[in-house]
Write a protein of this length. Sequence first.
Length: 343
Amino acid sequence: MNLKQLAEKLGLSQTTVSRALNDYPEVNEETRARIKKAAIENFYRPNTRAKSLATGLSMTIGHLIPVSTKHEIVNPIFADFIAGAGETYARHGYDMMLSLVEDGNEERAYRELKAKGSVDGIIVHSPKMGDARIALLAEIGLPFVVHGRASDVTAKYSWLDVNNKRAFSRATEFLFSLNHRRIALINGMENLDFAHRRKSGYISAHENAGVIIDPDLMFTGEMTEVQGYLSARRALDHDNPPTAFMAASMISGIGVRRAVQERGLVVGKDISIVIFDDELSYLKNGHDVPIFTATRSSVHFAGQRSAEMLLQLIKEPSSGPLQELLEVDLVVGQSSGPAPATA
């Protein structure tokens, strides 16, 4: 069914139907709801090319991934974010373009996208501390939202982030409440802003509690199961090993658990583990009772919300910059317990 047929079926003008489907405010809510219901029931889908010609928009959102970080595409965290964003795009009649770019060619790629009008906006992934992409996208006038923040960038820009510092501060405080004092940190790559903030939360909690940090118990690297496993092995080989671990992701936490169990230690009794849980669709943290104690935030929701913010910036450029900070839940699971000396 096309727009003309849908309008005839409803007894309305094509203009009214089109404006209702595109959420223009001049259509009253009752009429808008009736039109959207009829569109779903009659399997109506807008002609993206026609809409593009009419509005001057490409009706496409871009996601550019440098070749050096192409592992992101198979990372379940990235996949859940993309799934959430994709749902929002589809609901608003947008397509998504996912591209790999050669290292060093990112600036050229962004400028070409702008010059060709290939995309209406960009989601920026994995921001670094002083991410050059923010100034570049602002300069060329391409709407964008950063998933995360860049600590060293002082200019105002649109972002959606999790309160990573507070998440790891709370998790560290929780372990202190269980009398743990030697807590190993298995972090992500600390040139990335989220990992820098998580480390900052871990450090600030130690400073506030007057607990000295052993630098030999702090590890950084790509958040893989192997990285978690190897880092935990090194920590457990220490002359004074930790009684607890904090892992920056579910995936690295699984590696930590493997290393602990390999030593014949019991998770939650001999060693406690706290992870950051992104509520992944295909890697759930247990069912009724969480496997891991975790700071929890949905990356799928972050994808949905980032996409909504970007579409708002495209529709209403003067509404930005948009900034949203998501707080996390602390969920107690089976992987934590009192420090062994006080169990």
